[in-house]
Structure formats: structure tokens, C-alpha cells
Design a protein around this ligand. Sequence first.
Ligand SMILES: [Zn+2]
Ligand SMILES: [Zn+2]
Length: 359
Amino acid sequence: MTQRTAGRTGEDAAAPATIDHGGGVWSIEVPIPDNPLGHTLVHLLDTDRGPVLIDTGWDDPASWDALTAGLASLHVRIEDIHGVLVTHHHPDHHGLSGQVREASGAWIAMHAADAEVVRRTRGAEPGVWLDYLTAKLASAGAPPDHLAPLRAARDSGRMRTLPGLHAALPDREITPGDLLPLAGRALRAIWTPGHTPGHVCLHLEETHPANLPGRGRLFSGDHLLPGISPHIGLYEDPEDATVTDPLGDYLSSLERVARLDAAEVLPAHQHAFTNPRERVTELLAHHEARLTGLRALLATPLTPWQLAERMEWNRPWDRIPHGSRNIAVSEAEAHLRRLVKLGHAEPVPGSDPVAYTAR
Ligand SMILES: [Zn+2]
Ligand SMILES: [Zn+2]
């Protein structure tokens, strides 16, 4: 493995911040334009066959420039990248994968469930998607004034293109439980559905370079972050009527990664941290408290929309923009699914749109 010097380089002021995590692992801060999240931490992993990226960043010229400048500051040319491992299909992680592949000939690997989302999104007709979204929101109890702009967009034919419409189809599948075929490295794929159906964490099983207690390091994507709880909504799929339980999936995935007992976590946003068990315990307690709070709200029967209006968000409901309300309702529905599955809530017979009540 080659030695690289990390950090902002004097001669290239445009290079983003990079961190040398030791043992042939670096992170590069790739900005997400106009997003409060700020940046994606793209990780660079040296292998005996050349450098591999874990996630790539948002599909935007400024993000691309930051990625290539960051690599250059670590003495890596984009052409040298030989593979891209994608934690999940979201555009802040997979956005630049296609461009990296074009520039380098690298393969792109992703879990099959998220590859399926990419395939579906690429093939999605904006009109079909908009109809699906409108129908779903209506059945969740969205009021006419919320549905009106969606119907107007449909009627005018002026439909915003979806992010992910041009996302790259992966060439390889990440198989959970397997060691990835990376020369000279022991990196195992851990399936962690919840935030997306095919989210994976990648466990670098090698001894921690600073000998921190625990077992290796975990690239956690959006699954486990030090200061944010990732969005858990429904797995949206117009063609699939399966009743999934993404929140239930997420909570079991949290327990799965806690059991790995990693010495350090390298997430895709914010910063690296130690003691993943403690963070998992916090997140499990947060969701437990939230479910208890929602169950109390359901003393009065509520539609998913009405529940979302009453849930706690980062700002008052009347200041949440249209698109974010759709995401909020999806999160309310994921919590309702969980409560129903636990036997703590049930649909009110004959209600339309369906209202739920605590039991
Ligand atoms: Zn994400
Ligand atoms: Zn993300």
C-alpha cells in the first residue's frame, strides 16, 4: 500500500478537507450544494490493486471538482480508481458514481435491493410517479390544497425531473455477509436495511491502526451517524404491494451493527466516532420514546397526515415546505406500520382515508 500525505495542500486552495484515518483509509469532504447536511464523507481505501472509493458524492460540477481535488491532494488521479462501493442509492452517495466510472473504468457495486431502486427510478415515467405519489398522499389523508400543485403539474405536463433519473446502474452486486473481493483487504458487507431497502455498512475487519479496543472499523453510510437520526420512511415502489416495515428493519439493523463491536465508525456525514454500541443504544431509546409518544397521540383516531402534523419536526408544521411534508408523511407511515406490527395500533374499520387508533 502506498503512503499518502493527507490535508489541505498549499498549492491547491480549492482542495476540500481530507482526513488520514490510518491503515490506508482517507476521507474527503465532498460538498452537497444547498443542503444543510453540508457534505458527504467519501472514503478512499487503498487495495493492492489500486484505490477504491466508498460512495462518491452528489451529482454536481462543484462536488465533482471537490472530489477530484481531494483525490489529487492525496496523490490519486481519478483514472486510478478501480472500484466504487456504494452504501446506498441516495444521490448524495451514488450521484457521482457514473462519472467516476466514465473517467476511470472502475466497477460500481451495490446491494441488489438498492440496485433495483436505481433500475426502477431510471425507467420511471415522471407522470406515473406523480400519479403514484398523489394517490398515496390522498390515501394518507393529505388535504386538497396539498394535492392541488401535484395535480396541476400533472395536467400542465411540466413535471420536475426526479433526482436519480440518470443514476448509474451498478455492475456488481454487494452480497451481504461476504468479504468483498478486494486485494489485500478484509472488508465485509453487512446488510442494514431501513434507511433504504439495500443499505449496507462495510466492516473493515483489520485491526484498528491505533489499536483502539474493538473489532476493526465500520463504514456506516447513513445507517449510523454520530448526531443525526436518518430518515426512515416507506420503501416507495409503485409496482410492489408488499407491506414492508422499514422502521422494524432499521431497528434490527442497528442491533446487527452493534454486535460487530467496531472500534471506530466512519460515517458518510458529520465525523468519525468511537463506541458504536453507545450510539446504537441512544438511537434505539430515541425511537422507543417516539413510538410511545405516537401511540399516545393515537388515543384519537388519526390519518397518517394528521399524525405527521402532530409529530415533532425540526420546525413547526406550517413552516415545513411541500416536498418535506411528503417525506414527513412517509416517516409517519413507517411509524404506523411499526405500531400496527407490534399490536399497538390498528386501522379504524370503514375509515376513508384510513385512520389509526391506539390499542
Ligand atoms: Zn441516505
Ligand atoms: Zn446521506
